[in-house]
Design a protein around this ligand. Structure first.
Ligand SMILES: [Zn+2]
Length: 413
């Protein structure tokens, strides 16, 4: 056992007890946040005591405020300019194709898990969706690593665990369900109950509920109540628990319930028909029921680079746009990897969503008023730790979700 592990220019103390880092997908924080509302309404007694006896802060996530981008920020302790994962979907200049960014070859630095595994730690990683498993599990050879979505396929060779359904006592959950997230917590409890010695555990849920339901709603409250009961079980097993979110979540519909979308490709085609602007909605992933590929962040490739400033100024003036940035500005201000974003990066304000063309989005699957994320208005995230930290953490200029391993491991009293 070592005293500490260094990776990606940061150093982490060896966990003194099983330390569980939880990424609660899409858990918008604040006075009207999911957890705060559920506590206020009496659904999270355990979290309530964490706030009074432990640590509670609101921090920021990396941009764009998307799931994979931030899961990889959290588990590497770095930003997208360093780890390379800046989208779910992007234009790959290497093969000139628009493609999903879920292959682990896109990840440019080792994860904190890989470093701890090499140092001899017992690590377990459980994700909701399989899209993240490959990225989070990159180069892991001894650690438990599986997704709830494909829990039935977990085997010793790939996942260092087998018979997960029997262990958990639940069937494979539906991908669009609260059960997908519950399965992760149930599996974590069973793994620890059967006496598995784990030093570091990472649980990453899905934001299906948060895309559908506002904080304080019955469905959101029962989801957070379920989480609270598992947190209580995990604490009773002697674990330290730290949690954060990958991003926030905002309502983006008009009063009539239809999505409040700026179809940027259509606007650019009408105003700059000669200039072949290509808008890429980088939130696009295989799980369109969540959001119809509508988020608050897009990147744009321009054929005619002479017009960058003119087009940027045009976009900036559209109602609902938050910021339009050149590639250089996005690299400097938002820590983006220059080779994986377009000539322009555009974000919209909280109550708007950004689309490509109207014909490019199949909204027939979107059953509830749109709630989504991706922009600067969805970068607030909660930070909870089940123990009081040494006050020196307050000297940090800013708290980010990708500081959660640092906070959980390096600030014991
Ligand atoms: Zn997410």
């Amino acid at each position: 056992m070592k005293n500490s592990v260094s990776i990606n220019n940061r150093s982490y103390n060896w966990p003194k007890k099983t330390t569980i880092i939880i990424c609660l997908d899409g858990s918008e924080p604040g006075k009207d946040g999911y957890i705060e509302k559920a506590i206020e309404m009496g659904f999270m007694p355990c979290m309530k005591s964490i706030i009074s006896q432990g640590t509670y802060e609101i921090g920021k996530c990396a941009m764009p405020s998307f799931t994979n981008v931030n899961n990889l920020s959290i588990v590497t302790g770095t930003t997208p300019d360093v780890h390379g994962i800046c989208a779910n979907f992007f234009y790959n200049p290497e093969d000139k194709k628009e493609t999903l960014m879920n292959d682990d070859s896109f990840l440019r630095v080792p994860t904190i898990f890989e470093a701890f595994e090499k140092a001899g730690a017992n690590v377990a990683v459980i994700t909701a969706k399989d899209k993240l498993k490959k990225l989070l599990g990159k180069n892991l050879k001894k650690s438990i690593c599986f997704s709830a979505e494909k829990a039935d396929l977990a085997n010793l060779q790939d996942s260092r665990i087998e018979n997960v359904l029997e262990l958990v006592g639940k069937p494979v959950p539906e991908v669009y369900s609260a059960d997908l997230s519950e399965f992760i917590f149930a599996a974590a409890v069973k793994i620890l109950e059967k006496g598995e010695k784990i030093d570091l555990m990472y649980l990453s849920t899905t934001d299906y509920i948060q895309h559908k339901c506002a904080p304080g709603s019955d469905i959101a409250n029962s989801f957070y109540k379920m989480i609270d009961s598992y947190i209580e079980k995990l604490l009773s097993l002697g674990c330290k628990i730290a949690f954060t979110a990958d991003h926030g979540m905002k309502a983006k519909s008009k009063p009539d319930g239809t999505p409040n979308v700026i179809y940027l490709q259509d606007l650019l085609n009408n105003n700059y028909p000669e200039d072949k602007c290509n808008v890429i909605c980088t939130i696009t992933d295989p799980y369109v029921i969540h959001h119809g590929a509508l988020g608050s962040f897009v990147t744009i490739y321009l054929d005619n680079k002479d017009k960058i400033n003119e087009i940027k100024n045009y976009i900036q003036a559209i109602e609902g746009i938050d910021v339009a940035l050149t590639k250089e500005e996005a690299v400097n201000k938002l820590n983006q990897p220059a080779d994986r974003i377009g000539d322009l990066v555009v974000t919209c304000k909280a109550s708007f969503a950004l689309g490509k063309g109207e014909k490019d989005h199949d909204l027939s699957q979107l059953k509830e008023p749109l709630r989504s994320h991706g922009g600067l208005d969805e970068t607030s995230i909660p930070i909870f730790i089940s123990e009081k930290l040494d006050d020196s953490y307050k000297k940090k200029e800013k708290l980010n979700n990708y500081d959660i391993f640092d906070l959980a491991l390096n600030y014991d009293r």
